[in-house]
Design a protein around this ligand. Structure first.
Ligand SMILES: NC(=O)c1ccc[n+]([C@@H]2O[C@H](COP(=O)([O-])OP(=O)(O)OC[C@H]3O[C@@H](n4cnc5c(N)ncnc54)[C@H](OP(=O)(O)O)[C@@H]3O)[C@@H](O)[C@H]2O)c1
Length: 423
């Protein structure tokens, strides 16, 4: 391997993991580490504090540094810093999914123009190797579908809601106390984090640029203990699924939302904070990769792996990982959610009147929706009843029309939830 000089921007959860794992690799010399607060106590034994700086430009402008490892996160100042580093002909290793999903186009074009590469194995699913396999050994394939659990925090919350009959709020609070969720959990529970990751995965799988702003996104905050219970009774678990697929007419359907996943499905067996990615394509068929999607050590496995790939590649060539050069020129034609087809779970709060089930059936029928299961779940103290419907595959816009027709009837009090179903 070629001896490499690197600079690391960020020494938090991932940065500390990377520093500790790199101790085993003498050929990688850490020249500088940038942090925000130089006086903070770090989770590192015998840290060489002379390496620390509060000025990340000391890294990106340092002529001795070959590779910039960005594990700070966010858009600013990461975008400006990596732009400067690339213009200074430094290769990049980053774990920053938000930056790549929002600014990847600019960064990859700039990297190509400057003959450097950006490696980002850790940006999607932490310790699970997925970026390099898609870019290298799976390149003989036409990949057509990704279905994945890409956010450990939401998977942990949904698992605990199901295991312990907890409300969303209680499960979130427990996840925060145990360090699985951040104090401000928005990025995870509203599906932003999973959307960044599926944008990256879909772009490299389908070879077209996916626009993060066109990804349909729903989080898990509206999932109730009742939904989890009904799903269980019907033979499903609720999971936050990130999905990307090529439709029959060649468009790309990319979205993130909770789904009822049939208990026999491999993704339904993935619990707690674990991540899992199911890829389908020709000729490989279906593949499932499962493992730790976050955490200092699993994420360091991917970051350090990228650094070592660069180190061995640079021994032979100035372009160390040619497969990492981004050649996507075309934007994907992304399908709006209204045009997608899914099976649905609809939870309806209705008056306990005779004929109400018939009414639901008639309105679904009028909107081209076939029902596969319908059940009434007891009577509430206010003389309303919860009706749960599972539909056959239907068009999303038909479902939305049916919901608004249902709400026009006096017998229907409210639609408690609408979720999509994966069998
Ligand atoms: N945590 C995971 O398991 C995981 C998994 C996969 C990917 N990622 C990604 O990895 C990145 C880092 O995540 P993390 O969990 O390690 O974050 P973190 O614990 O919050 O650490 C961020 C680090 O960046 C430093 N930093 C912030 N602004 C800076 C600036 N302007 N200049 C220099 N340093 C700066 C902070 O310095 P101070 O310590 O001085 O505040 C801190 O050391 C993010 O992009 C995240 O999405 C994380």
């Amino acid at each position: 391997m070629k001896s490499l000089n690197i600079g690391i921007i960020g020494l938090g959860t991932v940065g500390c993991g990377v520093y500790n794992v790199l101790r085993a690799f003498d050929e990688i010399n850490i020249k500088k580490i940038a942090v925000k607060n130089i006086n903070k106590k770090r989770n590192i034994e015998n840290l060489d504090e002379s390496l620390l700086t509060q000025d990340a430009y000391e890294i990106v402008n340092n002529p001795e540094i070959d590779v910039v490892v960005e594990v700070a996160g966010g858009i600013n100042p990461a975008f400006e810093l990596l732009t400067a580093a690339i213009k200074n002909k430094k290769h990049i290793v980053t774990a920053n999914k938000e930056l790549l999903a929002k600014k990847g186009n600019e960064l990859f074009s700039l990297a190509k123009a400057n003959n450097v590469v950006i490696l980002y194995e850790a940006a999607v699913a932490g310790g699970i190797p997925i970026i390099m396999p898609i870019k290298t050994i799976l390149c003989a394939n036409k990949l057509t579908k990704i279905a994945a659990i890409l956010n450990g925090t939401t998977n942990y919350i949904l698992t605990k809601m199901a295991e312990k009959d907890l409300s969303y709020e209680t499960a979130l609070k427990q996840a925060q106390e145990l360090g699985y969720a951040e104090t401000d959990p928005t990025g995870d529970v509203e599906g932003f984090d999973a959307a960044y990751k599926i944008a990256i995965l879909s772009t490299i799988s389908f070879n077209k640029k996916v626009d993060i702003n066109k990804i349909y996104r729903e989080g898990i905050t509206k999932i109730t203990a009742n939904d989890i219970k009904s799903a269980k009774e019907l033979g499903y678990k609720i999971k936050l699924i990130a999905m990307g697929q090529v439709t029959d007419d060649g468009r790309i359907d990319v979205r993130v939302h909770p789904m009822l996943v049939a208990k026999k499905h491999l993704l339904a067996k993935v619990d707690n904070a674990t991540n899992s990615i199911m890829l389908s394509g020709y000729p490989v068929g279906d593949l499932v990769l499962t493992g730790a999607g976050a955490g200092a050590e699993p994420t360091a496995s991917s970051v350090v792996g990228d650094i070592l790939v660069l180190s061995s590649g640079l021994e032979h060539s100035q372009c160390p990982v040619p497969q990492a050069v981004c050649n996507h020129t075309e934007f994907a034609d992304q399908i709006p959610i209204g045009e997608t087809y899914n099976e649905y779970y609809i939870s309806i709060n209705a008056s306990n009147n005779p004929g109400v089930i018939g009414l639901v059936g008639t309105i679904c029928g009028k909107n081209n929706i076939n029902i596969s299961t319908i059940m009434q779940k007891g009577i509430n103290t206010d003389n309303t009843a919860e009706i749960v419907v599972i539909t056959e595959k239907s068009k999303e816009s038909d479902i939305q029309n049916a919901l608004s027709d249902l709400l026009k009837s006096e017998s229907i009090k409210k639609i408690d939830n609408l979720l999509r179903v994966m069998n």
